[in-house]
Design a binder for this molecule. Structure first.
Ligand code: AMP
Length: 113
């Protein structure tokens, strides 16, 4: 997708600190971390947001969750972590390529908003 920063990272056109890549799903450290561990899990395929998940692409979304669980284990987040996906402007989404924030490394509390 032209102009999409995460498509550019997936294509290797923009550098990122990758922690996972299985060809379909990619994960890299957030450039502005909000927790000691802050990783973004994305599909290589451009999907605008979780709002666009349907029967045709739900397997890819599920793969993101599988990868997140694997990454959380390799990052040593045994105590738990938060996995969130912002959707649309009101949801706080700023990059319109489906991604899951994997946050952890400290107690995050119960408040979500
Ligand atoms: P969201 O606001 O949910 O769309 O999240 C987008 C996230 O992408 C933010 O946490 C940004 O800090 C992060 N981000 C934007 N550009 C980059 C980049 N080039 N490399 C790594 N993370 C980025």
């Amino acid at each position: 997708m032209d102009g999409c920063v995460f498509c550019k990272i997936a294509a290797g056109e923009i550098p990122a600190e990758k922690v996972y890549d299985d060809g379909q799903i990619l994960a890299f450290r957030d450039i502005a971390p909000q927790a000691p561990t802050h990783i973004l899990v994305i599909p290589r395929e451009h999907i605008e947001s979780a709002r666009m998940i349907d029967k045709s692409n739900s397997r890819i979304a599920a793969r993101c969750l599988e990868a997140a669980a694997e990454i959380a284990e390799s990052e040593g987040l045994e105590g738990g972590y938060r996995l969130i996906s912002n959707v649309g402007a009101d949801g706080g989404q700023t990059v319109f390529h489906l991604h899951f924030h994997l946050l952890g490394g400290r107690p995050l509390g119960e408040r979500l908003a």
